[in-house]
Design a protein. Structure first.
Length: 112
């Protein structure tokens, strides 16, 4: 499940995570964001034991989007150890996202 968080919850969810966290910075009016949502839900179900999935509405959390340099939606940002380590901007094929997730898990394992 992809859990929506606000600015107050974001820090605790990302900083305290024991595994990589993928954050979907999205907007409800964004067509590609709506297309990405069911793909992320499927990936979250498949990867839930290795990666935590969150989403942030950039219209409701503009300061958070600005802090992480989000200028376009959708932006998927991967965090490890509370810090951003990689990102994907725009809609990409599900296979490319799966490869990106696998690389993130491997990189996290190498750092641990």
């Amino acid at each position: 499940m992809v859990r929506e968080v606000n600015e107050m919850e974001f820090e605790a969810e990302v900083q305290g995570a024991d595994r990589p966290v993928v954050v979907d910075f999205y907007a409800p009016w964004c067509g590609p964001c709506r297309m990405l949502a069911p793909v992320l839900e499927r990936l979250a179900a498949e990867w839930s034991d290795r990666i935590r999935f969150l989403k942030v509405n950039v219209d409701e959390a503009p300061e958070l989007a600005m802090r992480y340099g989000v200028t376009g939606v959708p932006t998927l940002m991967m965090f490890a150890g509370g810090r951003p380590v990689d990102q994907i901007v725009g809609l990409v094929p599900p296979r490319a996202m799966e490869q990106w997730l696998a690389q993130g898990v491997l990189a996290h394992a190498a750092r641990s």
